[in-house]
Structure formats: C-alpha cells, structure tokens
Design a binder for this molecule. Structure first.
Ligand code: HSE
Length: 428
C-alpha cells in the first residue's frame, strides 16, 4: 500500500493527542483511504518536555525549516498556533516547497488565508483547515462538499467552546466566571491565551472563514466584535426571568450583496434550538437555497474533537485530488463590500445600574424616546441596602445606531453608577 509521510510541528495538547491517535489508528485510516499515514517527523519548541508517550529519537526534527525542505515529507501539520510568527512562516515555506498543509490555526487562516490559498493553488497542493473552525464539527467540509449546491445567505451559531462552557456553567451551576475558566483551561478547551476565547476574537476568525467559504468571497476584515467578559450573574438571572438565555454568537449574512459580520453576546429564547446547546458544544446553522436551514452540532474544542477534524483533513489528502482551499479558484473569488452593524435593527436588553432617586426613570425614558427607541418591558430591581437600583429594559426593534446613541448619552448621566449594558436579542 502507498505511504504518505507526515510531519507534525507543535506538540502541545492537540499535537500530542493527534500524534498518538495516528500512531494507534494507522490501520483503520489506511483501510478507509487505501494509503498509510506515516509520521516521519515531529518538531516542538521544547523536545525535552515530559510527555506521556515515547517518540523515537529518529523522528525528532531539530528545526521546522529542515522539515519543509525534506523531499520525503508529503504533508506538514501545523499545530503551533498564532496568526503570524513561526506558524505563518512554516505554512508559507511548506506550501512553497509543494507540501500539503493541514492546520488547526483559525487566526492564521482568517488573517492570511487569501495569500496562503493563492500559494497552495499555484503550487497545486492542498491547504486544509477543518480543525480551525468549531473543533469536531465538520462544518468546513459540509460547506465545501455536502452543501455545495447551495446559495448560502446566512451562517451563524455558537463557535467557541470555552465561552459556551463558561456561560452555561454560570447559568446551570451558578458558578463564578473565573472558576469555570480555570476548568475549561484544564480540559484543553481554551486557547493558550484564553483572552481570544473571551473577547470574541476566536469567534471572529471563525466567522470570517465561514463567510468566505459561504459567499465565495475573499476574507472580509470588517466585523463587529464583543466578548463575554462583561456578562455577570445578574445578567444571566435577569435573562432567565425574562425567558432568555445568553450565548456568545457569531453571525455572517449577505444582505443586498453586502456582508454583515458580527460577534456578540446574544439573548435567545429559552425554547430555541441554540439555547439548548450547552457546555463545550458548538452549533452551526446554515441558511441556504435549496437546502433551507441546515444545522450541525458537536464538540467545538479540546484535543479529541480537534483530532477528529485533523484526521478528516489528513484523510482527504490521503485520498488524493487537489482542491481549492476556499471551494473555488482564487481567480473567481469576489471582493464583496461589507455593511456595518449600525445599519441593522435589533430588539435589545439594556441594563442600567443607577442611583435610586426621583426623576431618573423619566430621564431614561426620555432619552430612549429621543432616539426613537421604543420600550417593550421595564423591570426595576432595587438594591437591598444601598440607594441604588438596577433597571432592565427590553426594547422593541430599533436601529442599532440608535441603540448605541441612547447608551452613549445614558453613560454620561451622573445618576449612572456603572457603564450601561446592551445585549442584542435574536428572535430565532
Ligand atoms: N478555544 C477554542 C474554543 C478552541 O474554545 O472553541 C477551538 O477553536
């Protein structure tokens, strides 16, 4: 049977799991692909680090720059991470040297995917990145192959396991943000630097990649990003009382031929499908024609789920065929204009923590009215001991620009004791 030589660069949580999986499942993979996946080299920043398994000495490469030049290497698996630096250098050099590349690096693909796919196309090699978006959920291959017939209008969902794990644990177990994050890190869900899981950047990269695949366009950098750091237990319990759950959602949609990309915490109806997606699970919803609404869910982070996606990419290469990294040739991808979130309309949850004194409520409602934001529900929760109050307002649909203007004016009022909060509501 034919053999294909694979070099793995980066042996952290994911790299180690992946190495072990291939070593133990060589036969099963070759039965399905008719090619034997052979790990010829591994390379890591710290080869001396204690690992749970032994890697034969001859497999250790000193530098990745040696790997990319080695004529015996067919596939390079990049598991270093980061949008630039060594990861970018490795992938560019590997592609230029006509090696197929598999990467789990969403930041790299979101930032440099256009350039990398151009090189891959020129050199007639594959650039595969299933593991970069939603871990074990095979959304990239679904869009590229299973849903190829469709004109996609919208793709959205839960794209970050860590933040979903945190929000659902806060909700279900009444646990504090900090403690849940530590557990997510221990389970290998969070990025090395969990900042990008919490500030929405990780979701943003995935949204940009999905947009590009869905709309056959170049990667669009215009995206509205908010993370989950400001969500506290009071918001979660307010949402619960009002019949909602809070999720960090990513959205990309095509409206009048413009791409609208956004990432933000979102209130969604408790009875909706997305509200039932808890823990590390991700869910991607694709609206397309002729398929209609297509949903795919699964574990979005962690070494086992990510390895499932990496093996899918490696197997695709083992089976042969050179494919365009973004479905169609770079020559045919379009540069679409983007629209700003301020032009969209939402109903919203607004939380105002204020001094409890006369005239405050009337001033608040006047400000809403000034910007044509109509109030649908209003709840006032007075603080037990202090003379403060937390006012929660659900608005009717209003232009996002007007919601923002309302909050900006309110944030300057001397009766505000905290920065006002706005969480958009999605009615799906
Ligand atoms: N840190 C990411 C997450 C891993 O929590 O979803 C997969 O990108």
């Amino acid at each position: 049977m034919k053999k294909i030589n694979i070099a793995i660069v980066g042996l952290g949580t994911i790299g180690s799991y992946f190495y072990n999986f291939i070593s133990k499942n060589k036969d099963a993979i070759s039965k399905k692909t008719n090619v034997i996946p052979n790990i010829i080299y591994v390379c890591a920043r710290n080869p001396k680090k204690k690992r749970l398994f032994k890697i034969p000495k001859k497999k250790w490469a000193k530098k990745y720059t040696d790997i990319v030049k080695d004529k015996n290497v067919d596939v390079v698996v990049e598991l270093i991470g980061g949008s630039d630096g060594a990861a970018k250098d490795l992938v560019i050099k590997a592609l230029l040297n006509k090696k197929h590349v598999v990467t789990a690096n969403k930041a790299l693909i979101a930032k440099h995917g256009d350039k990398l796919s151009k090189i891959a196309e020129e050199k007639k090699v594959n650039l595969e990145y299933e593991a970069a978006v939603c871990g074990g959920v095979p959304i990239i291959r679904s869009i590229k192959e299973g849903l190829i017939a469709n004109k996609i209008q919208k793709v959205y969902g839960i794209f970050n396991g860590t933040s979903n794990y945190i929000l659902s644990s806060m909700d279900q177990n009444k646990l504090q943000f900090k403690n849940v994050l530590i557990k997510a890190q221990r389970l290998g869900y969070a990025e090395n630097n969990p900042e990008s899981d919490l500030n929405g950047e990780d979701v943003a990269s995935k949204v940009q990649i999905l947009s590009s695949l869905s709309f056959n366009s170049f990667i669009n950098k215009n995206i509205h990003i908010e993370g989950i750091k400001n969500i506290d237990m009071d918001d979660i319990s307010n949402a619960d009382k009002l019949g909602y759950k809070i999720k960090l959602l990513g959205f990309s949609e095509l409206i009048n031929n413009k791409i609208y990309q956004r990432v933000h915490p979102t209130l969604i109806n408790k009875s909706s499908y997305i509200a039932s997606i808890n823990g590390v699970l991700n869910a991607v919803i694709v609206n397309g024609l002729p398929v209609g609404k297509s949903v795919i869910q699964g574990e979005g982070a962690g070494p086992s789920a990510t390895t499932s996606a990496l093996i899918s990419d490696v197997s695709s290469i083992l089976r042969g065929n050179i494919k365009y990294p973004f479905v169609i040739s770079n020559k045919k991808r379009k540069k679409l204009h983007s629209g700003n979130i301020s032009k969209l309309s939402f109903s919203a949850y607004v939380r105002l923590d204020v001094k409890d004194k006369h005239g405050v409520l009337s001033n608040i409602t006047k400000t809403f009215s000034r910007f044509k934001v109509s109030i649908k529900r209003l709840i006032q929760n007075p603080a037990k001991s202090k003379k403060n109050s937390s006012i929660v307002i659900i608005t009717h649909r209003a232009l996002d620009l007007n919601l923002q203007k309302t909050l900006k004016i309110l944030s300057k009022k001397n009766y505000m004791i905290k920065k006002p909060k706005l969480i958009r509501i999605e009615n799906n």
